[in-house]
Each structure stands twice: as structure tokens, then as C-alpha cells.
Design a binder for this molecule. Sequence first.
Ligand code: SF4
Length: 318
Amino acid sequence: MESTDKIKLGISACLLGQSVRYNGGHQLDHFLKDTLGRYVEYVPVCPEVECGFGVPREAFRLVGKPDRPRLMTINTKQDFTERMEEWARKRVTEIEGEGLYGFIFKGGSPSSGMERVKVYDDKGMPAKIGVGIFARIFMEHFPLTPVEEDGRLHDPVLRENFIERIFALRRMAKVSQEGNSLRAIVDFHTRNKLLIMSHSPNHLQEMGRLVANTKGSIPQRLIKRYQELLMEALKLKATAKKNTNVLMHMLGYFKKELDPSEKQEVLEIIDEYRRELIPLIVPMTLIGHFVRKYDQPYLKEQTYLNPHPLELQLRNHV
Ligand code: SF4
């Protein structure tokens, strides 16, 4: 993959090994930096350092109302909420120009945590119900941009889901860049049907209706709505049950080509996947082989067969 093809992702700077934590340390995540880092170009952001707090600095925590907590230093109890919010609002506007397809936040941080950040009440008791100040302002500003946290990305299902979304969003952005034509959105929908089906058959239907009734539509509005539905759909988990439905649907394209023993072999492998005995990569590889062998025109265009780089091994887990 050329460097110009790399997907731009925002990331909490400490996850790349930058020594920006309050105590001068970092939170290097090897998967994010070394493995995923081969396919993406990171835009590191450390809200606390960029907002003017040095390293080392006094640690912060969130205090007060869960929906609008204050950002306070722990020992000296200084309130820096307004300063951080003002900086964050300016920073997200600058980030617009970066063309980010996602953001990976450092979990638990009062500035960068995406969810379940500790908020302390007036008795000093914590509850994991808050969102870091910068993360909240980022998510409000970019509601469609995929976001995740470092810890959650160690879960193979959440990892695949996030990476699938950023690659899909980039493919979608290319449609907009290519001139917003209605034809392009219909083509995009055709190529991504099985991928969407693996996450949400209901969304697939709704999106199908949207692209089937393009007469009189304004392309920009249609693309915006389509993109909202796409991100909503892909956020839903692609379960073994949903993937099994898609695999069976694909098998239906080979009614004439496969002899009974070949068909039986595929059915057995799909069933082993459904029972979560083998990873998705196994039936996908077998069906992918038939797609190439018989040059199946519809299936060979499906992004479901190749939604992200194989080297990331995202479909190798059971
Ligand atoms: S969690 Fe956020 S604010 Fe804290 S060091 Fe990492 S990037 Fe900076």
C-alpha cells in the first residue's frame, strides 16, 4: 500500500509511545503502532500537553455531574474545564482539514477517554460513567467518524468492527470525491451489499430503498443519508449467525457449478463456523476460491470478501 493510500486516523499520542503522560510515561500499544500502523497514518493528539500543561504535571480527574463533569487537578483542586473545552473546540475545527477516518482514544483518561471514565462525586466516590472532555467534543463534532479505545481494540470482534468501519468510510469518501454522482452511490451499494448484510439485514433493506429511489434526489443529501446509515449499520456486530446467512447466500450463487460433494464440503465448513469451531477466514477462503475459479461476476466485486488487509488477520479468531 502506497503511503498516499494510507488511511488517516487520529490517536491519543501516548498510545504511540510519546512520553506525554502526567508522570512522563507513555502507554505504547504495539498492535496500534506497529501492526495497524503499517496501514494507517496517525495524527497524534495529546489534549493535556497541547492545551499547555507540561510534562510532568499534576494529574486530572473528572468531578461533579456525570453528563457535564468538571476537569479538576486531583491535589490542588484547580478547575481547568473551560480552558480544555475552549482548546478542544478549536482543535476539532483544525482537525476537519486533516480528513480523519477514525480516532483511537486512550481509555479511562479524563481528557481522552471515550466512555466509562471515572467521575468523582462530592464525597470523592468514583463512578465509571463519564467521557473525557476532548473525546466528548470530538464525538459531538464528528458524529459519523468511527471511534474506539485502546483496551476495546484488544477484543477481536470490536477490533475487526472498527477497522472495517474505517476502511468502509474511506471507500465511501472516494464516492464523494469522485463527484457525488448517483451512479457512483448505486455502484458502491452493489459492491458493499454483503458486507452490510453481515452487520444488519434491516439497514441493507433501508439503504437499498434509498438508492432505488434516486429520482429527483440531490446527490449530496442522498450520500449524507446513505453514509449515516452505513456507519450505523457497520457499528452493529457481525455475529456468527449473520455471517452464516451471508455465506449461505454466497453459496447459492454456485448451484450449477458445484457438484454434490463440493457443496457438502462447503456446507460442513459453514456449519463448523456457525458453531464457532473454526474462524471466518476458513469458509471465506473456500468460497473465495470458488468465486475466482468460476469468475462469479457479482461476488468477485463484493468488499465482503476483502474488506481490510488480510495481513491484519482480523477474521482469524474463533
Ligand atoms: S490519555 Fe490523552 S491526555 Fe493523557 S497522556 Fe494520553 S493523549 Fe495525553
